[in-house]
Design a binder for this molecule. Structure first.
Ligand code: ADP
Ligand code: MG
Ligand code: ZN
Length: 478
């Protein structure tokens, strides 16, 4: 039997506001436990929440970026459940009418574009954190309420994702949008973005979706993909053996790479939702919405197409370069200042990104700034140095912080296009390789590449390969 996997994602993103959603406590990450708390976020009786306007603005920005309809009137509800790190005994969230609905984003996998629907985006507060101190995890659970009340948006997708790869592309796109908008710090390791996955499989020809399981709180793209992959296979096995998939919440075991049953899924009624009596209806006026729309920055898809056209670079290069905003900013700086933007795009993607990945730094921390790289690249296009020499200059720039021109000067890396100098090297190479010369003259013309390589080597990468090729052919063909 063939099955089609069906996946829906619920993504929680922490909004990068300075204060919490309903009080003025700081949202700073890593502060001493329980130092960012007050009677409101600790859930003391008699206190009143006040909505953080910036958090609402950020939610609207994401809704606009994902083509959602903004509800002009939405509201908050209490979602009741008992948990040690939720002191109020309920979470304030948006239930019946969320701030935004009915959007979509576009993803690309293996060169194919696809639309994935966004069901809704709503605002809610985060819970605190239970800590299990090392060595004492058996006896002690401590609780840190700093995260209580930190603003989140939950972005719920339609069940329209069909593979682990598409799920990662979708999650990546959401992360990219959040970062371009500047509304989320986007550090997965600090829990800024968390994924809940819903997975089911549909037998070929079935008219309706299969029973789903839910896996909560994944915090890396890797575990997202692995958990979906595992769950698809597990469900297929269950069904093939004549069993039934149970609607439940499962736990992802990071070490064993399996999912385990955790609890049967809560039903809506378990949460006893009711309207939050301490907060008014959330009203978004036309004026405010216009203001927010008009200040929205250029988003990744638009920037990718623009960069592709404006600088005449391949689509692949443009999509890699726009994967993050700082990288796109860096590239545009180089491209604007140098003569050859295709070369600029290739250098940023290969040489610059290699160093950034190796050193685990961000492009903003990268020491060779855009202007300095542009100067180096122009030396190639002006015929001053060869591509090989340029790589050597680039490493020296990284180590010393000196300019490209200065390093070329100091190391004497000027490209040799002086015919006489190259002719001497050619003669030397030919004299040293009589066997290869015979093979070439016997008709094996491909061996020319070998000779060019030898000339380049002897010249320390400084010979102009075009001149070398011309002279070699001249000499060898006679
Ligand atoms: P809940 O509130 O219980 O999590 P929702 O109806 O809000 O339930 O759905 C949550 C997520 O589950 C959505 O992202 C949705 O796309 C996804 N989903 C719903 N049905 C299925 C299904 N049969 N298979 C996979 N995903 C599903
Ligand atoms: Mg859910
Ligand atoms: Zn507080």
């Amino acid at each position: 039997m063939n099955y089609t996997p069906v996946v829906g994602l619920e993504i929680h993103a922490q909004l990068a506001t300075e204060s919490k959603l309903f009080c003025s406590c700081s949202t700073e990450f890593g502060a001493p436990p329980n130092s960012n708390t007050c009677p409101i976020c600790l859930g003391m009786p008699g206190v009143l929440p006040v909505v953080n306007k910036k958090a609402v603005k950020y939610a609207i920005m994401m809704a606009l970026a994902t083509n959602c309809r903004i509800n002009r009137r939405s509201g908050f509800s209490r979602k009741n459940y008992f948990y040690p790190d939720l002191p109020k005994g309920y979470q304030i969230t948006q239930y019946e009418v969320p701030i935004a609905e009915d959007g979509y984003i576009e993803i690309e996998t293996d060169g194919k574009r696809k639309r994935v629907g966004i069901t809704r985006i709503h605002l809610e507060e985060d819970a605190g954190k239970s800590l299990h101190p090392e060595g004492k995890a058996e006896e002690v659970t401590s609780v840190d309420f700093n995260r209580c009340g930190v603003p989140l948006i939950e972005i719920v997708s339609e069940p329209e994702i069909s593979s682990p790869k598409e799920a990662v592309a979708y999650a990546n796109k959401i992360k990219q949008l959040l970062e371009y908008l500047g509304i989320c710090r986007g550090v997965l390791a600090e829990g800024n973005i968390r994924f809940d996955i819903n997975v089911s499989v549909m037998p070929e020809g079935a008219g309706s979706l299969g029973v789903r399981t839910e896996i909560k709180n994944l915090n890396s793209f890797h575990s997202l993909a692995k958990a979906i992959e595992y769950e698809i296979e597990r469900q297929i096995k269950v069904l093939d053996n004549g069993g039934r998939v149970v609607h439940e919440t499962r736990l992802w075991d990071e070490k064993k790479l399996i999912t385990r049953s955790m609890r049967t899924k809560e039903e809506i009624s378990d949460y006893r939702y009711f309207p939050e009596p301490d907060l008014l209806t959330l009203v978004v006026t036309d004026k405010w919405l216009d203001e927010i729309s008009s200040t929205l920055p250029e988003l990744p898809d638009a920037r990718c197409s623009r960069i592709e056209k404006q600088y005449g670079i391949p689509h692949y290069n443009a999509s890699v370069l726009t994967s993050t905003k700082p990288l796109a900013d860096y590239f545009e700086q180089v491209a604007k200042l140098c003569k050859n933007s295709v070369r600029a795009s290739n250098w940023v993607i290969t040489e610059v990104m290699k160093v950034i990945n190796e050193r685990k730094i961000t492009v903003d921390e990268f020491s060779v700034r855009g202007k300095a790289l542009a100067e180096l690249l122009d030396l190639i296009d002006d015929g001053v140095i060869s591509q090989t020499a340029a790589k050597e200059v680039f490493s020296a720039m990284l180590e010393t912080g000196k300019s490209a021109a200065r390093i070329v000067e100091e190391k004497g890396l000027f490209r040799v296009s002086d015919e006489q100098a190259i002719r001497e090297i050619v003669d030397k190479v030919i004299a040293e390789h009589p066997k290869e010369v015979k093979r070439y003259q016997g008709g094996k013309k491909q061996i020319l590449g070998f000779f060019i390589g030898q000339v380049m080597k002897l010249s320390g990468g400084k010979a102009d390969p075009k001149v070398a090729q011309r002279i070699l052919q001249e000499v060898l063909d006679n």
